[in-house]
Design a protein around this ligand. Structure first.
Ligand code: CAA
Length: 384
């Protein structure tokens, strides 16, 4: 199986080897406990920060590692193969928080906010979704009213990854409700601001060690210099950011799928039925073959989207295809993995049970599979 991208140079390979070794030796042994307790992996995130993995694509002058998106996808896959919860904490900080500040922030905003986020000294969250605006962020209601010196924000945000631990929030709110989606603006908000509240933590099926929070903004004052980009540019900033985010989530799904495949191969070689390891049975070999093929196809789509981003080419459709393929493959592969494990796979003793639960969210967050299909189809028709 091809595990190398043609352009993988030695420094990239070294990084991936380091991340893989760290993920397997340090993160993987803790993943079961993290899943069971729902404990945020503080010490692991601190180590990821030291390794330069919390702001991988941010230029070095702003505290990041200055790496490309292909490296990011490869590192994300390795972290997710060990612990999907840790991976989404890393993905949100890299793609959804450092991403838009790098791209749309001014020099002062980058110095103030991006540097500590990229260094991992601060953690970020991305607050776009609302109780009534998930797949349709253009319909959001959170209101940023102009006041002396800035804005006063009032509203509710839902399903916000890292919402409980975040120091910084990239927030989307309407500055002009009469303009609909063209009235949405983006802000950088200090979560220590008066009126910012973590209202509720979701009790979830998977990715249990990452927080998913409902946030209340109760007349939170946001200074004028925290406006990200221009007023009214918010939806475009959000959708542009999500293009990059979808590559990260695709890579997270690859990691979950890889973990399920590797566990299945190991199990099939150890488990004996009918007098021989079940890996000798064609029925099992076919499952493994299909799992490996789907994983590899999704990986190539993901690396292709990442490369397009690195080369400055369009990648909206490529990122949507990558996320659609990787997330649906992860769910499919995790389901097959339980089948290969039989009754054992249905128990919490085996990692594939967690893979199955963790895989599901990759078909939902940062755009459901249905939204990815909409994006892909829109691009198809635009090209005609
Ligand atoms: N990049 C930049 N701009 C874009 C863009 C992109 N990829 N896609 C569209 N735009 C622009 C359009 O050009 C348009 O601009 P104009 O008005 O100037 O022409 C504007 O944005 C609106 O575009 P559309 O009319 O196409 O937008 P729409 O309202 O019809 O929505 C959609 C399209 C594909 C459904 C989009 O809303 C979407 O992706 N929805 C899913 C949202 C999502 O992923 N939510 C997840 C939230 S994050 C999360 O999961 C939480 C977490 O913590 C992990």
């Amino acid at each position: 199986m091809i595990n190398r991208w043609p352009e993988t140079d030695e420094s990239k390979q070294l990084l991936i080897d380091q991340v893989k070794s760290f993920a397997q030796k340090v993160i993987a042994p803790k993943a079961k406990e993290l899943d069971e307790t729902g404990r945020f992996p503080t010490e692991i995130v601190a180590q990821l920060s030291e390794m330069g993995l919390m702001g991988m694509m941010v230029p070095e002058e702003f505290g990041g590692s200055g790496m490309d998106t292909v490296s990011y996808a490869m590192a994300m896959e390795e972290v997710a193969a060990a612990c999907a919860s840790t991976a989404v904490v890393m993905s949100v900080n890299n793609s959804l928080v450092c991403g838009p500040i790098s791209y749309f922030g001014n020099e002062a905003q980058k110095k103030k906010w991006l540097v500590p986020l990229a260094q991992g000294k601060k953690l970020g969250c991305f607050a776009l979704s609302e109780p009534g605006a998930g797949s349709d962020p253009g319909g959001l209601r959170c209101h940023a009213k102009k006041v002396d010196g800035g804005y006063s924000v009032k509203g509710t945000k839902n399903w916000i990854t890292n919402g409980k631990e975040a120091d910084v929030c990239v927030l989307f709110a309407t500055t002009d409700p009469t303009k609909g989606s063209k009235g949405i603006s983006a802000f950088i908000v200090d979560t220590k601001s008066k009126g910012f509240q973590v209202a509720k933590l979701e009790d979830k099926l998977g990715i249990n060690a990452s927080s998913t929070a409902q946030l209340f903004f109760d007349d939170v004052f946001v200074p004028a210099d925290c406006l990200l980009g221009e007023e009214g540019q918010g939806l475009k900033i959000a959708l542009h950011t999500l293009d990059g985010g979808r590559i990260g989530i695709a890579a997270q799904a690859l990691g979950i799928a890889k973990c399920a495949l590797e566990a299945s191969k190991k199990f099939a070689q150890e488990r004996e039925q009918f007098g021989a390891p079940i890996a000798k049975l064609q029925a099992i070999q076919w499952h493994i073959a299909d799992m490996a093929t789907r994983l590899h196809a999704a990986r190539l789509l993901t690396w292709n989207a990442a490369r397009n981003k690195d080369l400055g080419l369009k990648y909206t459709q490529e990122a949507a295809m990558a996320k659609l393929s990787a997330s649906e493959s992860a769910m499919w592969i995790a389901t097959k993995a339980i089948q290969v494990h039989g009754g054992y796979g249905y128990t919490k003793e085996y990692v594939v049970e967690r893979n199955f639960r963790d895989a599901k969210i990759t078909e939902i967050y940062e755009g459901t599979s249905e939204i990815q299909r909409l994006v892909i189809a829109a691009q198809e028709f635009a090209q005609r």
